[in-house]
Every structure is written in C-alpha cells, then in structure tokens.
Write a protein that binds this ligand. Structure first.
Ligand SMILES: [Zn+2]
Length: 206
C-alpha cells in the first residue's frame, strides 16, 4: 500500500509543473545554430525565447550576425554540462525540446540576447522568463550590441521589406519585384526596419 502511494506521488510530481522544473544535467555535443543544439542523447534542444539571425536563407544568404551568433553559442555551451529548464510547452512541431539552458549560473538564453546575438521572442506560450529576456534585449539595444550595432546612413528615400522573410531592400533591388504585394512593407529609414528585426538584403546591401 505504501509503495503504491509512493509511486503515485512520484507520478504526480513528474507530470506536474513542479516536476518539469526538476533539473537534470545534459552535455551539448553539437551546435546547430545560434539557438539550437544537440545533446549527447541525440535530442535536439531549441532555446526558448531566443531568435538568432538565420544561417541559411533562400533570399540573400546568411543574415547579419548569424555566424557570430553560432560562434558565441558554441563558446557558451559546446561540450559543457548544461541544465535544462522546461516551460508549459515542452516540444516544438519538429520534436525539438524547448528549454531554458543554464551553464552553472549563466542563463544562456538571456546571455545571447544581452550581448546582441539574438532578439527576444516572447510570443508564448512559454513565457516563464519573459521579463528577463525582454530586459536583456532592452539593455543590448541601449548599448548597441551585436545586431543592434550596425549603424549606416539612409541613402534611399525608402526601403522595401518582405514580411515573410524579414529582409529589407533598396527599392531598386531585383528581389523587390519578387515580393508579393501583401508581403511588402515600406520603411522610411533603415533603423525602423532593423529595430523590428528586419535584416538588410545581402544582394543590394541597403
Ligand atoms: Zn535586395
């Protein structure tokens, strides 16, 4: 009877929100991109709330700062023992684990954002550390770190953004005519585009 009770308690713990907070150590054996890694177990982990620039894009190649983000992520976690913390939604559509990652006392998700290697993406449902990540982004912007550092003068009267790929172009770029009307967005200066996460096209280099 007692044993049965213990089993029930354990089961309850494991399936409760408290259970998801129980920490366990993992080792990162492969860096996939600025916000995705693979563990020794073969499982893939995607960092919650972290949007690093994309490495492989059909339009215009790697985003500004994408490679730097991968390098920094590697420095933080590669072959290190990490602690994973989960939130409401534990896996994404591709079966990747969604987690907050810690190396000793370093909160890796926030660290990437704080140093300008990523934007905060706190659209939910995983919002446990929402405020910490937003604060990290606010500070990175204030200090012009990484992706927020690129400062160039406006040389065009306006720029054309593609809402689907979050890229922006000079109005004369040949890519512009390929953007469907409903995906277009006009920016009057480049900083407006960059502030909301748009990156310059690698072809027309606006
Ligand atoms: Zn372009």
């Amino acid at each position: 009877m007692l044993r049965r009770y213990i089993v029930l308690v354990l089961l309850a713990l494991l399936t409760s929100p408290l259970g998801t907070a129980l920490a366990k150590d993992y080792v990162v054996r492969k860096i996939i991109d600025g916000h995705t890694v693979q563990l020794e177990s073969g499982e893939t982990v995607r960092y919650i709330g972290v949007a690093t620039p994309e490495l492989n894009r059909k339009e215009g190649g790697a985003e500004f700062y994408a490679r730097q983000a991968v390098g920094y992520n590697k420095r933080l976690v590669f072959m290190k023992k990490v602690r994973l913390e989960f939130d409401t939604k534990k896996k994404d559509e591709k079966g990747n684990l969604l987690a907050y990652v810690f190396v000793k006392k370093t909160f890796v998700n926030a660290e990437l954002i704080r140093n300008g290697y990523a934007r905060a993406d706190v659209s939910g449902p995983n919002v446990k550390h929402r405020n910490t990540l937003l604060e990290a982004e606010r500070r990175a912007k204030a200090d012009d770190r990484g992706i927020w550092s690129e400062k160039k003068e406006d040389t065009e009267k306006h720029y054309v953004g593609n809402k689907r790929t979050s890229t922006f172009h000079r109005p004369t770029c040949k890519m512009v005519e390929k953007i469907p009307e409903k995906s277009r967005i006009i920016f009057h200066n480049r900083s407006d585009a960059i502030k909301i996460g748009y990156v310059p096209c690698k072809i027309c280099k606006p």
